[in-house]
Design a protein around this ligand. Sequence first.
Ligand SMILES: NC(=O)c1ccc[n+]([C@@H]2O[C@H](COP(=O)([O-])OP(=O)(O)OC[C@H]3O[C@@H](n4cnc5c(N)ncnc54)[C@H](O)[C@@H]3O)[C@@H](O)[C@H]2O)c1
Length: 258
Amino acid sequence: MEAVVVDRVNQFEGRAALITGGARGLGRAFGRALAALGAHAVLTDVDEAEVDKAAHEITEAGGQASAYRLDVADDAAWDLVLTDVAAAHGGVDILINNAGLHSLEYGVNWAQLPVSKLRRLFDVNVMGVMIGTLAVRPHMQGRPGANILNISSSAAFNGMGAYGATKAAVRALTLAWARELGPSGIRVNALAPGLHVTDTIRNEFTPEMIEGHRHHQFLDLEGNEQDIVDAMLYFCSDKARFVTGETMRVTAGYASSL
Ligand SMILES: NC(=O)c1ccc[n+]([C@@H]2O[C@H](COP(=O)([O-])OP(=O)(O)OC[C@H]3O[C@@H](n4cnc5c(N)ncnc54)[C@H](O)[C@@H]3O)[C@@H](O)[C@H]2O)c1
């Protein structure tokens, strides 16, 4: 019988992981976790001050990180960032397309959303994933274990407003890109979180809303950042070398219960 191998320590050593929306919430947690396991976390966000702070927190703790201001919907900005990242790291090993607009205002009826808001929502949540993947793709060529993780949502499974439509598009893109990039050895997967109480969620949702969401889960638990971080660590690691094109729900059953 083959021995069971437990080798998580420094499993991302020498890898450059670019994370969008890395200033706070899930993106910041992804950066911290990957850096703690040896990666260089390239944190990017529209919020320059906060993303600088998030990277500084990692380096203060002894990890490797850098920060860039990047609007995911701006293709010229991607090129500038990647020129710098490629010079520093030779390429990108992991891309986490995490940045997304997800405030409650996007969950309303379509008719209540002005076209300008709809356009920006799709620009960030859908075009951002597409532009980012196109921009990073050449920098992943020939890098063993290279992979992309998109952050979708439970809303992709239940037709929840314009936001849900953008996250369903992220699921579709995940499969399409997995097919296209498979021959280059690049895996593409997605996570569909349920409700995970980040600072943003805490500021936007009342305790009653969080409790109400929990009632629709199979498991009576409050989702947190670590639930998504743990799933991310699997998909982004070589442990998932045989997995591509998947969107995994991490929702305590919520996404299946409506
Ligand atoms: N937290 C949850 O419960 C939950 C559930 C389902 C899906 N998600 C998805 O997970 C991702 C992260 O969620 P979160 O809760 O950490 O969000 P958050 O709002 O706390 O953080 C999102 C980050 O993205 C940045 N951002 C926004 N627009 C950007 C743009 N155009 N370019 C670059 N950065 C931009 C923001 O400045 C912010 O730092 C989002 O895609 C969200 O839709 C979250």
